[in-house]
Ligand binder design. Structure first.
Ligand SMILES: Cc1cc2nc3c(=O)[nH]c(=O)nc-3n(C[C@H](O)[C@H](O)[C@H](O)COP(=O)(O)OP(=O)(O)OC[C@H]3O[C@@H](n4cnc5c(N)ncnc54)[C@H](O)[C@@H]3O)c2cc1C
Length: 462
């Protein structure tokens, strides 16, 4: 059997490689950088554990749970502390706990009476059926009101995409919300009546899904998957060119060329735009007839920069209990950070006794220029906000920052054109496949499911 080349050793590529290998399909994984995990990066130092990329995995699909079991990681998996469920949203320049129950919604100071009435009115607003692609911002204003967008959804969108709600596409970035309106005529009705349908499919809504990590952080998962690959993992080996052959693809790297039965691209959209592709029959290729071509359209997809700032404090230096998942900050509140995760409240052993870790994010589509600030300025800006919001005094005892110049792809209005192009390329370039965060959803869980699904598809085909 010819082997499968997997480009990218982020969680998508490693998951796909893991399952193909289990099915007896030989694989080779090419990774441009010197490490595995892609944007997953956990660092243990001085008794603190810092996560520079994602902090938790949401268990939205049974396939995620199964991967942990199949990788033999069940005993190292840590669920978030049930006491750390509270989420805060900043309003009136202070963090306010988000209501968990309907009664809490009526009494919360997070929203005015007008916004609360807008929620009660929502089930009676006619669904939109004209096929026009809306932004999540337009959708929320149409079904609720501007206050709901400015004071709640803007913050939630920053927490998921580090994105701009007036640009992110409802059907592409929030397909489940769109489906609620399409299928039930209303978000509220869909939340109530959709529970039964979700139970049937085994899928769990993001707001109810269990969250987890591992004893030494999320890096445990890619490291464990990579350990099974042995020599088939090739680090520091960027793939530069794909040449179609009569039976598959030739993969070119700086260290040479090799033939494969199939190729799965699990990198980023912006790196895909740099890949040179030479189809067998240029005239028939969706790439447009030229002998060699780049997938340059994918370079248009915006990945705004994000700065991650991990700070450790003595417990007595933070006035807020910071007991909960974290706080999200709407733009309207005028802070620089997008939000903060109360990292050491989520899992044990993230900070030494008597200390806490706070992980904050800066930049995104809201303030792209701030995401690229040098480390000392990232820390300064974060500290200024944390002093006001969480009552931080004194100086942090642990400081680590990480700049992601291109962090999370923005599924903005019009994103369908890129998904259509990927479908087209797969249909017309046999044995070349695409998977990962730029196609199947931006969360870690989405990437795992994407990796599982692509392994299944490719395995069946070989
Ligand atoms: C700061 C930040 C915080 C996040 N927080 C969360 C969170 O808390 N929860 C959550 O669910 N999700 C979160 N996410 C999103 C989630 O982490 C990602 O969507 C997911 O990890 C993407 O995995 P991937 O394998 O698809 O891509 P990546 O992790 O980007 O990996 C792609 C890999 O492909 C390699 N590559 C690309 N091109 C080539 C080539 N030509 N040759 C060889 N190798 C190549 C790259 O070097 C890279 O290692 C966060 C993302 C960021 C950036």
């Amino acid at each position: 059997m010819k082997s499968v080349a997997i480009i990218g050793a982020g969680i998508t590529g490693l998951t796909a490689a893991f399952y193909l290998k289990r099915e007896g399909v030989p694989v080779a994984v090419f990774e441009a950088s010197g490490r595995v995990g892609g944007v997953i990066q956990s660092v243990r130092k001085d008794g603190f554990l810092a996560e520079f990329g994602p902090n938790t995995i949401l268990e939205t699909s049974p396939k995620i749970k199964q991967l942990v079991i199949d990788a033999g990681l069940q005993s190292r998996k840590l669920d978030t502390d049930p006491k750390a469920e509270a989420r805060y949203v900043v309003r009136y320049r202070r963090p306010i706990k988000m209501p968990g129950k309907p009664l809490g919604f009526i009494t919360t100071p997070l929203f005015t009476a007008k916004a609360k009435l807008a929620v009660l009115r929502e089930p009676f607003i006619k669904p939109r059926r004209d096929g026009v692609e809306e932004s999540i911002g337009q959708f929320v204003v149409r079904r609720f009101n501007q206050e709901f967008l400015d004071n709640a959804i803007d913050a939630l969108v920053a927490g998921i995409y580090a994105g701009d709600p007036n640009k992110l596409s409802l059907p592409h970035a929030f397909p489940k919300l769109k489906a609620l309106e399409d299928n039930y005529g209303s978000m509220i009705k869909g939340q109530i009546f959709g529970a039964r349908d979700r139970k049937k499919s085994g899928e769990v809504a993001k707001d109810r899904a269990a969250k987890f990590s591992f004893d030494e952080g999320l890096q445990v998962l890619p490291d464990t998957l990579a350990a099974q690959l042995g020599d088939s993992l090739k680090l520091n080996t960027p793939v530069t060119k794909l040449t179609q052959t009569a039976s598959g693809w030739r993969v070119t790297t700086a260290s040479g060329e090799a033939e494969f039965g199939a190729v799965i691209y699990c990198g980023t959209a912006y790196q895909l735009s740099e890949l040179v592709v030479e189809p067998l029959t240029p005239a028939l290729s969706p790439l447009g007839g030229a002998r060699e071509k780049k997938f340059s359209a994918f370079g248009e997809i915006s990945y705004p920069p994000v700065g991650a700032v991990v700070l450790g404090f003595r417990r007595e230096d933070v006035a807020h209990p910071a007991c909960g998942f974290g706080m999200l900050i709407p733009k309207i509140e005028g802070f620089k950070i997008l939000g903060t995760i109360f990292s050491s409240a989520l899992f044990p052993n993230r900070a030494p006794a008597g200390h806490i870790t706070l992980t904050s994010y800066i930049g995104g589509a809201r303030y792209p220029e701030l995401g690229l600030l040098p480390p000392d300025q990232l820390v300064e800006a974060t500290m200024a906000d944390l002093r006001v919001l969480l009552g931080v005094k004194g100086q942090p005892v642990f400081i680590h920052t990480k700049t992601w110049p291109q962090a999370i792809p923005q599924y903005n209005v019009g994103y369908g054109k890129y998904r259509d192009l990927l479908n087209d390329l797969e249909a017309n370039s046999p044995k070349l496949f695409f998977a990962g965060h730029y196609r199947d959803g931006v969360s870690l869980g989405d990437s795992i499911v994407s990796g599982v699904n692509i392994a299944e598809r490719v395995g069946k085909l070989l």
